[in-house]
Design a protein around this ligand. Structure first.
Ligand code: HEM
Length: 364
């Protein structure tokens, strides 16, 4: 069979896919429910399927594979991934950028307080505020050091490649991190009991101090909220397509050259054999002893193997502390009718309609 497509009953995945490839004209193999992270890692190990075949739009937008995420797996990929980890996204780099994240959280909190003081009954478009602050932090990270670093250390890169690499981390920070935080706040605003449970944990751990990154390891429920949002509302529902340029055997299938492989992360996270009541948003599932609290890869949200997400640490730090601060400072309720707004748009699961919530300041 040269066209194997497991059509999913899942409209988000189809939306994301169809937005990107309006007309499906090539051979596509959809790997869905049955794969697990080891198999995804295996897919990424095959040199016969380590290239990307970009759509015309992505070719233009990425100056033809100049970004880490859109490049083929080759020496260029290894070099630029090392650069971005060393300077922006790795653990040491994240320590250096810490004060920028603290400032961002303060800015978000004070803008929300200003709104509540001026119009206490009016629902707020959380995205409008959070997105502009995220964009700000991404720009500061880039301009403060990454640009200088690339210009001085990465002498083999062309100006076009440098521009694309800088642009890549800006859009990644401002998109997936926003998508995850917005879905988490939507779920918490919808479920008062779970929001109360999180607030209780925050109070027990932080007392009268503001939530900081140092508190994260002591707040298992906050971590569970993050992972459950990544599972149910998978920000990247399909791993960027891999192109098979040589005939390959994969999981018992013969995969001919010219096939593209789409790994359906959302399908894996909704697999009834692996998750009880997968349609339910239930952070408690991640408190079970079988989940290591410190494991950042409990779901396949960040991919796996050598193409695993480079920004997972930054995403966790920003999303978790932001959720913590937002719930510490305010009680969140969805605006009437908001619950139904679950449609998404784009390659990530960005909400089509930004969440609007009514906020009530807490006394803590
Ligand atoms: C919750 C937020 C995020 C999620 C769910 C996510 C998810 C993913 C996924 C699924 C991949 C593809 C892995 C593959 O091709 O196998 C990826 C790759 C990547 N992500 Fe993220 N990401 C997030 C945040 C970020 C952030 C904040 C940045 C940077 C600022 C970032 C930078 C990258 C890069 C550079 C790659 C390409 C890695 C490679 O090809 O080797 N991501 N991400």
């Amino acid at each position: 069979m040269d066209f194997i497509i497991e059509l999913m009953s899942n409209r988000r995945v189809l939306n994301a896919y169809c937005n990107e490839q309006r007309v499906i004209t090539m051979k596509v193999l959809f790997l869905t429910n049955s794969i697990c992270s080891d198999e995804l890692a295996m897919v990424t190990r095959y040199s016969s399927m380590s290239t990307r075949k970009l759509s015309k739009a992505l070719k233009i937008l990425t100056s033809d594979k100049c970004m880490v995420a859109t490049s083929d797996y080759n020496d260029f990929h290894k070099m630029v991934k090392r650069h971005v980890l060393t300077n922006v996204l790795g653990a040491n780099a994240q320590k250096r950028h810490r004060s920028q994240r603290d400032t961002m959280r303060e800015n978000v909190a004070s803008r929300l307080h200003a709104h509540v003081n001026n119009s206490p009954q009016e629902a707020i478009n959380f995205r409008e505020i959070f997105e502009s602050e995220l964009f700000g932090i991404a720009l500061k990270q880039e301009l403060n050091c990454y640009t200088d670093y690339l210009l001085s250390e990465a002498k083999t890169l062309t100006p076009e490649q440098i521009t694309m690499l800088i642009w890549e981390t800006i859009i990644q920070t401002a998109d997936t991190t926003l998508v995850t935080t917005e879905w988490a706040m939507y779920e918490l605003a919808k479920d008062q009991k779970k929001q109360d449970r999180l607030f209780e944990e925050i109070q027990n751990v932080c007392g009268t101090d503001k939530v900081t990154e140092e508190h994260l390891s002591q707040m298992p429920y906050l971590g569970a909220v993050f992972h459950e949002t990544l599972r149910k509302d998978s920000p990247v529902p399909i791993v960027p397509l891999r192109y098979v340029h040589e005939d390959t055997q994969l999981g018992g299938y013969y995969v001919p050259a010219g096939t593209e492989i789409a790994i359906n992360i959302y399908g894996c996270n909704m697999d009834k054999n692996r998750w009880e009541s997968p349609e339910e948003w239930k952070p408690e599932r991640f408190l079970e002893p079988k989940h290591d609290p410190m494991d950042l890869y409990k779901t396949m949200a960040f991919g796996a193997g050598k193409r695993v997400c480079a920004g997972s640490l930054q995403a966790m730090l920003i999303v978790c502390t932001s959720i913590g601060r937002l719930v510490q400072e305010f009680e969140w309720k969805l605006r009437q009718g908001e619950e139904e707004n679950v449609a998404t748009v784009g390659l990530t699961t960005r909400k089509l309609h930004p969440m609007h919530a009514i906020l009530k300041p807490r006394n803590w």
